[in-house]
Structures are given as C-alpha cells and as structure tokens.
Design a protein around this ligand. Sequence first.
Ligand code: ZN
Ligand code: FE
Length: 258
Amino acid sequence: MNQSPLEMYMFPCLSDNYGFLIHDIDNKLTATIDTPEVSAIEQALDFKGWNLTHIINTHHHYDHAGGNLELKNKTNCQIIGPEMDQERIPGIDKKIGHEEVFYFGIHKVICYHTPGHTTGHVVYYFQDQKIAFVGDTLFAMGCGRLFEGTPEQMWNSLNIISNWPEETQLYCAHEYTKNNAEFAITIDPVNKNLIDRIKEVEEKRINDIPTVPTNVAIEKLTNPFLRASESEIKQELNMIGHSDESVFAEIRRRKDSF
Ligand code: ZN
Ligand code: FE
C-alpha cells in the first residue's frame, strides 16, 4: 500500500502526563493528542519543526483539553473531539462518535466511545499503524478512575481495547505504571508474567525511562482490570461464580483505596 509515513513524538507534560504529537510528513499535518500543557506542546513543536494543524481530544478533563483554546487561538488548528462531550470540549470543530472513521491526511482513524472515566471519553485507533491513543481509559496495568461512568461501562470499554490486534501499541496519557504494578500484584500475586513485568518496570523507572506505550498482548497478560474474567483472579478474590463486571467493580473499588 502506498502509505505516507506517520511520525510520532512523545514527551512528558505536567507532573505525570504524556504529550503526543503525530505528524503526516507528506501532507505536513501535525496533531497533538490532547492539550495537557501548552508550553510543553509548543516546545515539542519547535523542537520537531512542525506546525500544529489539529488537536485530537480524548476527554474534557483539564489535563487533556485545558490548552485547547490557547493553542487554537495561536495556530487556528482544527479541534476534533467526542460528539457526546461537545459542550465540554473547548473550541471543538469536528464532533465524532462511536465507530466513526476520519482521516488524518491519508491515515484512517477509528474513534471508539469508551465511557467509564468520563461519560464522553473516546479513544483513537490508527488502523494502518496499529497504534492507539487511549487517554485515561486504560493505563499500563491499570485503568482510569470511574469519575462518571459505571463499572459495567468501563468493563465494556476496556474490552473494546483488548479486542484489538495483540500487537497494537497503546499510548496512555499518564505514567502511573509503577503504582499500578504495586496494586496489580495484590490482585494477581502468582502471575509469572506480571512478576516479570514488574521487574522490567522498576528498572525502567529507576532510569527515568517511560513505560508507555504498552500493547494489547502484555495488558491482557498482566492488567488485573482486563483479567477480571479469569478464573485465577476470581478465585483470588473469592468471587468464583460472580459476573465479570462485578469482579471488575471489586478490583476498581480496591484500587480506589490502595
Ligand atoms: Zn482524565
Ligand atoms: Fe488525565
């Protein structure tokens, strides 16, 4: 297939957010995924020599859409965001809904509505690159707090992600991995894959290396929130016979007070 390359640049923002720029080289398009911190985004654009043309928002929280208007005023970029949350996404131009497709240059992007963290949260799947920006829906070995949605909604949202191809790279919006790992082992203490992954994560964080992106395969093996349907987890929690959703809800409840 004749594909113009898509370049990506990831950088830290605020205390534990990640910023992401994506750049379509042939068409000279540049998008920021969310707007956590204007100065950090501008610095990244300068560093790469790219001009901002798009903002692609996952949800309305301040550390994701707080820089929208300032960047739009400065660059006249187009803002793409969740239809369901249009009143809460500052400056939104293009509203997209569940399973709706749009093109960034010639790159096909599929939007999925993933309520749970917020009611309007969406994630973006770049089909040809097999990369996805999952905002605060999924984190490495974790998931977003349920500020607005129900456990059932979040369970369904996470299952959209776990049904993508195993090699899909998942770009989550926060570096929460070390804390998530410490929690995960309390839920899934004999999981060999998890034990191995925790060692890797500790090593990376000691050296200040990001643990993002993660991928679908490793999350299915080690993320306790994706593993709520597994019998080992149900047994560990004394919840054999309970629904997957209720096991997920229990894991989320424990994490909230961890
Ligand atoms: Zn959030
Ligand atoms: Fe966030």
